[in-house]
Structure formats: C-alpha cells, structure tokens
Design a protein around this ligand. Structure first.
Ligand code: ASP
Length: 435
C-alpha cells in the first residue's frame, strides 16, 4: 500500500467498501456484521478527523495571522476571500438553475411515484422539517449574533460552532500582532510548535484513511434504501450531479488556470484525497484538516492564506450545497405543481446563497436549510419528503464540490496575495514519498 499514492489508496478503500457492502447486504448476518464490526471503525475515523479540527483551526489560524506583517494584509485577504466566496456561490446557483430548468425533473416524476415517496419518507423527513422550521424562524441578524461567542470554551466544545471559534481566534491573533514583539514572541512560538504537532497528528490519522473510508462506505451501502426509489428520482439526481460536475470539472479548473496558470491535473492530483474524503464522510468540517494539509503542501498555498481562507470556507462557502438547494427547490416545486416565475428564480439565488452560508458543514445540513428556500418561493416544506431517499448520495457529491470550491478560492487568493509557491511536501514525504 505504501507505494501507491494516497488518492489511489483511498479510492481502493472506497471501492472495496462498496463491494463488501454489496456482498454483505444479501444476508441478515452480512448486514449485522457490517453494522456491528465494520461501521464502528468508520465512526472512529470520523471522530479522529473531527477531534483534530478545532485544535487545527486554533493553531494554524493563529500562526497564519501572526505571520502577517500588519492588519492591512489581513483585511485585504478578508475582502478578497469573502468576495470570491460570494461570486463562486452565485455561479454555482446559476448553473444549478440552468440545468434544472433545462432538464425539468419535476415534470418527469409520475403522480404514483410522488405519492409513494411522500408516504414512505414523510416521518423521516418530518424531523428534518422540524429542525428546518426552527431555522427559518430566526431573525435576519441572528447569524451575526451567533458568530460572537460569550464563552470560548463552550464554543470550542462543539464542532458545530466553528465560526465562533474562528471569530475568537482572529481576535486573539490580532491582539498578538498589536502587542510588543518581546511579549508576543513566546506566545507565537508556542502556537507555531503546536501547529507542527497537529499537522503531524493529521499525517498519522491519514494513514488510516483508506481503511476509514472502506468502513464508511460498506456501512452506507448496507444501510441505503433499495434501488427503485433511486430510479424514480433519477432525473432529479442526474440534474444535481450534472450541475455539480460542471462546477467541479469545468468552473474550478478554468478559474485555477485563468488566475494561477496551474493545470487541472496538478490541481486534482493535489486535492483529490480531500475530495474523496469529503465524498466518504459527507462533512466539509471533518475533511477540513486534510483540505488544509493538501492545499498547503500539495497545491503550494502559503499557510497564512490557507489557514485563513479554508476554515472560513468550510463553514460559509458551500457551492455544492447552494447548487443542490437550487435544483431541489425547483424540482420539488415542479413535482408539486407550483409554478415558478423569474422573480421566484431570483429569490432562489438569494435564499440559496444565504441558506448555504447558514448550513453547517455536517452530513445532511444542506437539506435542513433547503426549507428556507422552499418557504421563500411558497413551496410546502413537506416536499422535502420527495428528495429524502437520495439525499445521502447527493450529499456526498455536493460535499466534495464544497471542499473543492474552498481549495480553489484558497489558490486564487494566494495568487492575488502573491503567496502561491511550489508545493512543499515535507509533512507528507515521511509517509507517502511516492507522491
Ligand atoms: N454535508 C455538506 C457539507 O458538510 C453540507 C450539506 O449538507 O450540504 O459540506
């Protein structure tokens, strides 16, 4: 295994997981074996990734910001990052809307299938709907209020509060920059060292990645619903996948080539382990440590940029999610016979941008926030039941796009800030010297 590049190892693990899952799903014993003895290893792997996420954000963001010369560099990077994130989200939604309006999957679903799906998934979907309605009832400035923690330990205690941690850390790092260098030097040195330790821990966790994804996918296969639901939602799923594919294989590589001059193969070779992990875990937050490692060490993005752009991106920049929300909203509207005007489509652009920013970087979050989009265009939220069955596979695909989008913007910001260099594979060389 050691001689094979990491992305191939992960891919092999995924394929083996799917195969073993398919083989075992034929019998009760097989299913029980996977659920009892394989699935726990997948859970452990995700826990390890999540475990490292908050310490990584703290150490690397402090190191990244305190390496900056002054605060003007920070604000210039901040403006570029947020601006590019917004632009990429709007491009994603526009692509989603174009694809779904051309394919019109809502018009292709038969009344029979629609009723079967609504009945079959109504109870499962109702939990999501409850969570979603709670999210919808919040005031317009609540996300801003939520960003400022009142207790940093409480914020850091929950991986769901990453934005609060980022807020505190940026504030803390600004404090370090502003004090006397004699006083700040030991603090900075501590966080520099801590950062190295955490990067090494990620190296070690990644040794388990092929086995982790094997366990995750095997469990997913034995627990997924039967094939016929997929077929009735084929056109809808195809629309989402086509839109995501355009983002992943056309928009991002073109943007990278245009802004940085780097080739698509360079980009995909560097980022693919993070993409595969995003696909297997359905969580950009869990994938963040690997996205950061790959972006810095294989795509040549300076740590100052990566440690700032990527944690923020993992929480607010979700191109895949916003694209999916646009397609899903139009699909559900079509299937339920709700006509959408041009202004409804513009409302989708606005609300899907906000809903994707508000989606947590965890599995299934995009579906919860979809209710905001549905509400804004007057589509009953019970329609979520229609898409419930295929949400997981689509979540896997959109999460891979979310992560790729973050890495793309990190490369572009690095180029604009003159901080894109040659990849330095120092941390990874120890384990994967073939790459
Ligand atoms: N699972 C996605 C992510 O973590 C969010 C979503 O559900 O769309 O990026």
């Amino acid at each position: 295994m050691k001689n094979i590049a990491l992305h191939w190892q992960i891919l092999l693990g995924m394929l083996a997981g799917v195969l073993v899952g398919i083989l075992c799903s034929g019998s009760e014993i097989g299913i029980a074996f996977i659920v009892d003895y394989i699935k726990p290893f997948g859970k452990i792997f995700i826990s390890l990734l999540k475990l490292i996420a908050i310490p990584l954000i703290i150490a690397s963001l402090i190191k990244g910001i305190t390496d900056l010369k002054d605060l003007s560099q920070l604000s210039s990077m901040g403006i570029k990052t947020i601006g590019l994130y917004l632009v990429s989200t709007i491009i994603a939604i526009t692509i989603g809307l174009t694809v779904v309006n051309i394919i019109n999957p809502g018009g292709k679903i038969s009344t029979e299938n629609r009723e079967a799906l609504m009945d079959g998934f109504a109870t499962n979907a109702s939990k999501k709907i409850e969570a979603a309605v709670a999210a919808k009832e919040r005031g317009p400035l609540d996300p801003l209020v939520d960003m400022v923690p009142s207790n940093i330990f409480e914020a850091a205690a929950s991986n769901g509060n990453m934005l609060q941690v980022i807020f505190f850390v940026i504030f803390f790092a600004i404090g370090i920059i502003l004090i006397d260098e004699k006083k700040s030097a030991p603090v900075k040195a501590f966080f520099d060292g801590l950062n190295e330790v955490i990067l090494k821990m990620i190296d070690l966790i990644m040794l388990a990645a092929p086995y982790g994804v094997f366990a995750l996918l095997a469990a997913l296969v034995v627990e997924s619903p039967g094939g016929d639901v997929f077929i009735s939602l084929l056109w809808y799923s195809l629309s989402v996948v086509l839109g995501l594919g355009l983002m992943m294989f056309v928009v991002y590589p073109t943007a990278i080539k245009f802004f940085t001059g780097k080739s698509p193969s360079f980009f995909f070779k560097g980022i693919s382990p993070a993409q595969l992990l995003a696909f297997s875990t359905s969580s950009s937050a869990a994938t963040l440590p690997v996205t950061m490692e790959r972006t810095e060490e294989h795509l040549g993005v300076d740590e100052e940029v990566a440690s700032f752009v990527l944690p923020i991106g993992a929480t607010i920049n979700m191109d895949g999610t916003s694209l999916y929300q646009a397609v899903a909203a139009v699909f559900i509207a079509g299937a339920l016979g709700v006509d959408l005007s041009i202004s409804d489509q513009l409302t989708i652009v606005l609300t899907a941008s906000l809903a994707s920013i508000g989606s947590a970087a965890v599995p299934g979050a995009g579906m919860v926030m979809l209710v905001i989009v549905l509400g804004a265009i007057g589509v009953p939220e019970a329609g979520l039941a229609l898409i419930f069955a295929v949400d997981r596979p689509l979540d896997m695909c959109r999460t891979a796009v979310n992560v790729t989008g973050d890495a793309t913007i990190a490369m572009i910001v690095a180029k604009l800030e003159n901080k894109l260099g040659d990849p330095d594979v120092k941390h990874w060389d120890d384990h994967y010297n073939k790459q």
